[in-house]
Design a protein around this ligand. Structure first.
Ligand code: SAM
Length: 235
């Protein structure tokens, strides 16, 4: 389904388009002890910054999945110019054409909120190996949201619901994940520096308005909307 916020990220070609940005990704992954034999899924890979980093830094077997054609085109272009081989798949996180028990590690950076959350978590639980681990970076409600904030966050980001920390934990548990930890990060949703950009030609002017709205929203609503980085396992 068409989502203006995702179109904005795709057309501007913003890498690290998640709370905390690429520097948070790097610091989390450096603590993961990722081995070359391990298979890693970057679900909702966007333009592929994290997938490329995983392959180059840890020499692991990376699969990058997204359902947006502009994101995938930019990700493929990025991977062509690196010497790592990354499997790129166009697919829907809610229904993956991937075998059960395929991955040692899954990373989802600001992706699951844009989908039917329970459906996607069940699907990720299916493709993760038993004993595998998963890292999520996702938006959270920091307190009960006034209706207008709730409506705005849903319309601006094209999402159906925004969960608080406890609701994320419950949904993760329902999908079979355990040992759910919150990775220690600053939880405020602030605009992170954009250091990785690959703009399309002829960007629709409406997307500049979405960019303005997004920046306005996060500066106005940091008491209500934050994020968490979760780490969990499938036993
Ligand atoms: C905010 S962007 C984050 C991109 C990337 N993870 C990053 O951190 O830069 C959300 C990404 O999730 C992808 N996405 C959203 N819904 C999806 C779905 N149902 N299946 C696969 N990818 C999806 C979008 O196309 C987009 O690339």
């Amino acid at each position: 389904m068409h989502n203006s916020y995702i179109d904005l990220v795709a057309n501007f070609g913003i890498g690290g388009a998640h709370p905390g940005g690429f520097s948070l990704t790097q610091s989390i992954l450096e603590d993961e002890n990722i081995q070359p034999r391990e298979s890693v899924l970057d679900i909702g890979c966007g333009t592929g910054q994290t997938a490329a980093f995983l392959a180059q830094r840890f020499k692991c077997q990376v699969t990058a999945v997204d359902n947006h054609s502009v994101m995938l085109k930019k990700a493929r272009k990025r991977f062509e110019s690196s010497d790592s081989s990354i499997l790129v798949i166009e697919g829907d996180a809610q229904s993956l054409n991937l075998m059960d028990n395929s991955f040692d590690l899954i990373i989802a950076e600001s992706v699951i909120s844009f989908t039917n959350i329970s459906k996607t978590l069940n699907e990720l639980s299916r493709v993760l190996k038993s004993g595998g681990r998963m890292i999520l970076i996702e938006m959270t409600a920091e307190q009960s949201l006034p209706l207008e904030v709730q409506n705005k966050v849903c319309s601006l980001y094209g999402i159906n619901e925004i969960l608080n920390e406890q609701e994320w934990k419950s949904k993760l548990q329902q999908a079979g994940f355990s040992q759910i930890e919150i990775i220690d990060t600053p939880s405020g949703l602030i605009q992170t520096d954009i250091t990785d950009i690959n703009q399309s030609e002829n960007i629709n002017m409406d997307l500049y308005d979405v960019w303005e709205e997004h920046n306005h929203f996060i500066t106005q609503n940091h008491d209500y909307i934050g994020f968490r980085a979760f780490r969990c396992q499938l036993l």
